[in-house]
Design a protein around this ligand. Structure first.
Ligand SMILES: [Zn+2]
Length: 285
């Protein structure tokens, strides 16, 4: 008997599987299994390869879902493109970076970072405005870390305004933000960052002090000795150990204390006997 008037009913069944939701299960499993890498060994490797093939086989569908799927499937499709994609998925992810939804932009950044870690994307793929956005702390911690990864690219080290923003970030209330900023500045090794890194040496977080002194040594070489030596008395053991290693590297034959004005030197710190100026540590000749 015909069900007349029941217009909502359709005789056609839904497709048997939703590719993207199936992928969500696979990706969730990969994430969990990654913690037990040793235990799963080759099986996990094969499972990941199978998942990559799955993504590749359904790339058209995933591209479509990443661009215009439902709220449920879009994040999964974006994650999948980062997990297993290549040049073809990079373009799609870059487009998502301009999506009005910040949660999707975050996903796209993480996916691009994943692509970059697999050598399938480069710093040039991440627009500078997104790094700027991260520096104003709109994003979650994980995303900010992913972005800083990009911001360590040499191209960004040449960008004065961006380096300035990262220097400002050394005063951020969040510990992770300050650590990342010090680490990034240490990689960029810009002379202009010296005053900011010097201030960071009195940061309450040991990892900030370690990265700051490492950056100063990279920039100033043995000229950083006056900053390195006081850290040998730091309350944190890791800072002391790192500074000792740095000292051995910067001055392998030890140090003497020299008066900058007249070159008068002494084995011990203190004031110059001739002019009274504070002697500064320099490598022994
Ligand atoms: Zn002197």
């Amino acid at each position: 008997m015909l069900m007349l008037g029941c217009v909502e009913q359709t005789p056609f069944p839904e497709p048997p599987e939703d590719i993207t939701l199936e992928l969500r299960k696979l990706l969730a499993f990969v994430q969990q299994a990654a913690w037990k890498q040793e235990e799963y060994g080759e099986d996990l490797k094969r499972f990941i390869e199978r998942t990559v093939r799955f993504v590749d086989a359904h790339r058209d569908r995933l591209l479509k879902d990443a661009a215009s799927g439902t709220a449920e499937v879009r994040p999964v499709a974006i994650q999948g493109l980062g997990f297993a994609g290549d040049g073809w998925s990079r373009e799609a992810l870059i487009r998502v970076l301009d999506d009005p939804d910040p949660a999707l932009r975050e996903r796209a950044i993480q996916a691009l970072a994943l692509l970059q870690s697999r050598g399938k994307a480069g710093p040039a793929d991440l627009p500078r405005n997104r790094i700027e956005e991260a520096l104003s702390s709109t994003f979650s911690r994980e995303v900010v870390q992913a972005l800083f990864f990009f911001s360590t690219s040499p191209a960004y080290g040449e960008d004065e305004a961006l380096v300035g923003r990262i220097e400002e970030r050394l005063a951020h209330p969040a510990r992770e933000a300050r650590v990342q900023a010090a680490r990034t500045l240490a990689i960029h090794r810009r002379e202009r960052s010296v005053p900011a890194l010097r201030r960071a040496l009195s940061d309450s977080e040991p990892l900030v002090r370690i990265n700051a002194v490492s950056g100063l040594a990279a920039i100033l070489q043995s000229g950083a000795l006056p900053q390195v030596i006081p850290l040998l008395a730091d309350p944190d053991r890791d800072v002391v150990q790192f500074s000792a290693e740095l000292l051995a590297h910067l001055a392998p034959r030890g140090i003497v204390y020299r008066c900058a004005a007249d070159g008068d030197f002494h084995e011990q710190p203190g004031r110059c006997g001739k002019c009274g100026a504070e002697r500064i540590p320099v490598p022994r000749d």
